[in-house]
Design a binder for this molecule. Sequence first.
Ligand code: SAH
Length: 265
Amino acid sequence: MSSENKSGHEFDKSIHEFDFSMICEYFSSVKRQGPGSPEVTIKALGFIDNLNEKSRIADIGCGTGGQTIVLAQNAPGNITAMDLFPDFVNALNANVARHNLQGRIKGIVGSMVDPLPFQNEELDLIWSEGAIYNIGFEKGLKEWRKYLKTGGYIAASEATWFTKERPAEINQFWMDAYPEIDIASNKIAQMENAGYVPVASFVLPENCWIEHYHNPQIPVQEAFLEKYTGNKAAEKFIAFQRHEAELYKKYKAYYGYVFYIGKKI
Ligand code: SAH
């Protein structure tokens, strides 16, 4: 896709639109759109001590709802699950119906970079797994604080460096993908500066990446390449997904996801 081709502007645009629906199609067919696991959701939930049947919970960047279902099964209260992509929210709502959780979970389409559809001090808990990077960890913590009651919690997983120095290849990959990636002590300081007690943080185990995120994509990648044979955008997209999984295997000592749990004071 060349941006130097002056006459190619409209062409580029349509390719981007195609990419977008293709990415949605690809990720709609897997349970998770980011690293995580039911065990990790339950573990993070173990640090939250303020919930009851009346609690209001938001799951921001919920994807197709992998963690939303686990939340509803392991915590009381009502959950509003929000994602930018209607396809994901449709898949989530189907998932919710399958689990008979319509009375507990409502899926809505919306963007986390806009004001959230909640009143000030309405929420007891804001959840966000592998998604807060879309607004930026620090900005998300700051902007969303007002929606929480005093004593309410935020629980968000976020890409984190495990070391102060790392090989150039992986450093460059993340500088291109998400330059806000940082070491945990800096993320925790951001949480404190934004007005939360940093109640807990823990590293997601490797199985959250490999078994729950990368491996389920392998058959989907094969099916995709078959369906879109000869399609350059599809081939490029799958090559990138595979590259990302390879990089994780090679450099997992240097980075991963950390769950951060903060309490509004
Ligand atoms: N929580 C899910 C999905 C994580 S992937 C899981 O762990 O499986 C990140 C999600 O953020 C995707 O579902 C993507 O559609 C969503 N997203 C991206 N930009 C967004 C935005 N501006 N507002 C809301 N959701 C967004």
